[in-house]
Design a protein around this ligand. Structure first.
Ligand SMILES: [Zn+2]
Length: 136
């Protein structure tokens, strides 16, 4: 592609008049942004600045992963505490049903004992009555 028709430099910067510079000796058009970045890379502080940016990026990445882990942990805690609460309610339902059943069983056997006692008393009275009438 000829330099007259291009819209971007090979690094993606706009190929427009305000971003172009003509090298006086050769007349070659160059991308000002590319030159700026090349100069920056050549500066003594470039590596230090880049290292700082990379360190910050790594720290943010670590913070992000920690936050995600904490979020997942807190979601897990919430789910587990819900499950614990449900298990506790299940136990409560189970034991309350059992208690009622036991109480009912106790009441039934108590009533049965009373009934048996009454039957036995009636039988005894009848036998006494029969014995007294046959002796006369
Ligand atoms: Zn460029």
């Amino acid at each position: 592609m000829s330099s007259a028709n291009r819209t971007y430099c090979k690094h993606g910067h706009p190929w427009v008049a305000e971003n172009l510079y003509t090298i006086p000796k050769t007349g070659q058009l160059v991308c000002r942004e590319c030159v700026r970045q090349a100069n920056r890379r050549a500066s003594p502080t470039y590596k230090k600045e880049l290292d700082t940016l990379k360190r910050n990026s790594k720290r943010l990445d670590a913070d992000l992963h920690e936050a995600i882990a904490q979020k997942q942990a807190s979601e897990k805690i919430a789910a587990l505490s819900l499950a614990c609460l449900e298990a506790y309610r299940e136990i409560k339902r189970f034991t309350s049903v059992k208690k009622v059943t036991l109480k009912e069983a106790e009441d039934k056997s108590q009533k049965a004992k009373i009934r048996e006692q009454k039957v036995a008393e009636r039988k005894q009275k009848r036998m006494l009555r029969e014995a007294s009438t046959s002796n006369i």
